[in-house]
Design a protein around this ligand. Structure first.
Ligand code: NAD
Length: 246
């Protein structure tokens, strides 16, 4: 199944690896012209760009630190110069696990700067450049509403914040025919949550399907939400978790 994203310009933050790289590749395969951002790994980002080009797609990589609001112009200027933005995927994020008695305000602020400030600043600055029918997608987490293990308060609440922003923005932007949705993954096999990591066996058992998800499976949902096929879906927080939160 493919979706028709031809003549659409897409931004994917944190597109050099993991879920972001899979989304960048999938949106390009479905026809979008992709601007992907990277934080500190130009070689990895370039590998994604080359893979997209080899598959017949179009992409370029730009450096942007999601925790630095000023750097959003690095990617917005490039994408806006292509005739406006149709798809904005906020994927960049960090996970730090620490219980309330272990972590102070410094860690809290670090996680929020990347996971929340970056999403807010990037969306706010994108507004004048969004085309009619644009789709904004935020990669949140099932931790936005489920806390199955200790130490997830900072990360989970940062994801609850962006899942909340999505609902508010869906109201703010709906009459401009701009849709806003959150994808809320469960365990997806990436550097952040490797399927051979410390908690992997527990996570596998917690899912109904008995396995980790793949980044490509999240990318397929992103392509659907980016496409006009999902034209009546806005303000949704969609769990993609193999049934972990049942
Ligand atoms: P990952 O660690 O492989 O990728 C994270 C990406 O974010 C990388 O490209 C990284 O460079 C980028 N990034 C981090 N800090 C950045 C910054 N300051 N500026 C710019 N880019 C930055 O992990 P992933 O699993 O691919 O995570 C992607 C998103 O999915 C994250 O928002 C994460 O919270 C979310 N998520 C992942 C899982 C999972 O199980 N893997 C589950 C739920 C949600």
């Amino acid at each position: 199944m493919t979706y028709d994203l031809t003549n659409k310009t897409a931004i994917v933050t944190g597109g050099s690896r993991g879920i972001g790289a899979a989304i960048a590749k999938r949106l390009a395969a479905d026809g979008a012209d992709v601007v992907l951002t990277y934080h500190s790994s130009p070689d990895a980002a370039n590998d994604v760009v080359v893979a997209i080009a080899d598959a017949g797609g179009s992409a370029e990589a730009v450096q942007a630190d999601a925790s630095d609001p000023a750097s959003v112009s690095n990617y917005l200027d490039v994408a806006a110069g292509k005739g406006g933005i149709d798809i904005l995927v906020h994927n960049a994020g960090i996970a730090r696990m620490a219980k309330i008695d272990e972590a102070g305000l410094d860690l809290f602020r670090k996680v929020y700067k990347t996971n929340v400030d970056g999403v807010y600043a990037g969306t706010h600055a994108a507004i004048p450049h969004l085309n009619d029918g644009a789709s904004i997608i935020v990669i949140s987490s099932i931790n936005s509403h489920t806390f199955p293990m200790p130490g997830a308060a900072i990360y989970g609440s940062s994801k609850a914040a962006v899942s909340g922003l999505v609902k508010g923005w869906a109201r703010d932007l709906g009459r401009r025919n701009i849709r806003v949705n959150a994808i809320q993954p469960g365990p997806i096999d990436t550097d952040m949550n490797p399927s051979d990591g410390d908690f992997s066996e527990w996570m596998r058992k917690m899912t109904a399907l008995g396995r980790y998800g793949k980044a490509d499976e999240v990318a397929a949902l992103a392509a659907f939400l980016a496409s006009d096929e999902s034209s009546y879906i806005t303000g949704a927080g969609i769990d993609i978790d193999g049934g972990m939160t049942l």
